[in-house]
Design a protein around this ligand. Structure first.
Ligand code: UT7
Length: 328
């Protein structure tokens, strides 16, 4: 609910990082039985980035975080909370967030990882919003960083063509505002999960099961079947909380899994296709990194401006899904 005379979590800056190596659909067609036309028609993906050897989730996350701090005009010591959304941490523990914290030279506050797969950034930003509103922390770095190339089965054409590596980050700050809908900041959040579907998109390994890292497995059509319905439902709830309708949205910045899901959601909500930030063609699905990467792209190229109403949403393994409405 929007509360009057309350603390708002305001976006101060954002940044992104993509590894240098580009892997095209044509490259993939030399590795598995696939084609540029199949990948393009079914997903909208043309290429993706792949992390270099030694380039870790924390390496990419720290670079995105530094770019976001520069964009915000803030220094690392201004940050007292780091939440890293990732499903591909450097190690099982410690959290990769503490590696980023050390890389930034921050020794105060707290840093932890959050795991909600492709919904990770939405969950992490909603969590930061709660901490900032509670007064426990003042400024947070919320990062999505993934090295999915390391958990793909490169012989499985049904999954290896879909994902890419990268990182994005936003800096958020608690500000005391009037509580008006025109005030900047996060206006409404809605998080959901339903563990009955945990075997539809998962990794077939882990510390307490196999003792191995495992590979991504997905029942793609089943995930697709739930995606548009779940996403539309959570967007409706989020907009209703703030008293808005879909035609009020200036920029729709969805998780970038499949262009067909983005188009289907936009159609269902009656959103103007010109108002959607799309990166899936160039980045593929970078899981928790996809939304902050798209936000940083849309903000850097001048599309997303201060005062715009921005809606972000994601759905991923679990299933988990959620949405946030932000006055930029
Ligand atoms: O970020 C988390 C959320 N994840 C998602 O939102 C992903 C949701 N799912 C999807 O995006 C789509 O289901 C996929 C893109 C994964 C697959 O598209 P689809 O239209 O559902 O295709 P399908 O899995 O039903 O496969 C159709 C055909 C099959 O062949 P047969 O059985 O019809 O002969 C597959 O074996 O396409 C085949 N196929 C491929 N062919 C060429 C599957 N992968 C490939 C491939 N290249 N890479």
């Amino acid at each position: 609910m929007v509360r009057l005379g309350t603390v708002r979590t305001v976006i101060k800056g954002c940044g992104g990082y993509l590894p240098e190596r580009v892997l095209t659909n044509a490259d993939l067609a030399k590795m598995v039985d696939t084609s540029d036309s199949w990948i393009t028609e079914r997903t909208g993906i043309k290429e993706r980035r792949i992390a270099a050897e030694g380039e870790l989730t924390s390496t990419m996350g720290a670079l995105a975080a530094k770019a976001a701090l520069t964009d915000a005009g803030l220094a690392p010591e201004d940050i007292d909370l780091i939440i890293l959304a990732t499903s591909t941490p450097d190690q099982t523990f410690p959290a990769s967030a503490v590696t980023i914290q050390a890389d930034l030279g921050i020794t105060h506050g707290a840093a932890f990882d959050m795991q909600a797969v492709c919904s990770g950034f939405v969950f992490a930003l909603a969590t930061a919003d709660s901490y900032l509103k509670s007064g426990q922390f003042k400024r947070a770095l919320v990062i999505g960083a993934e090295a999915f190339s390391r958990i793909l089965d490169w012989k499985d054409r049904s999954t290896c063509v879909l994902f890419g590596d990268g990182a994005g980050a936003v800096v958020v700050e608690a500000q005391k505002l009037n509580g008006a809908l025109t005030d900047r900041g996060i206006l409404a959040t809605c998080l959901r999960s339903d563990g009955r579907y945990r075997d539809k998109l998962y990794v077939d390994g882990g510390p307490s099961s196999t003792g191995t890292v495992g590979h991504v497995r997905m029942d793609g059509p089943e995930v697709f079947r739930h995606a548009v319905t779940n996403i539309s439902e959570v967007i409706g709830t989020t907009l209703a909380q703030a008293g808005y309708v879909s035609s009020d949205i200036d920029w729709f910045v969805p998780h970038q899994a499949n262009k067909r899901i983005l188009d289907g959601t936009a159609r269902k909500l009656g959103l103007d296709p010109e108002r959607i930030i799309i990166t899936v063609d160039k980045h593929a699905n970078t899981s928790a990194a996809s939304i902050p990467l798209a936000l940083s792209q849309g903000s850097a190229d001048g599309r997303i401006k201060q005062g715009d109403l921005v809606l972000i949403e994601a759905m991923g393994g679990g299933f988990t899904w959620g949405a946030l409405l932000i006055r930029w």
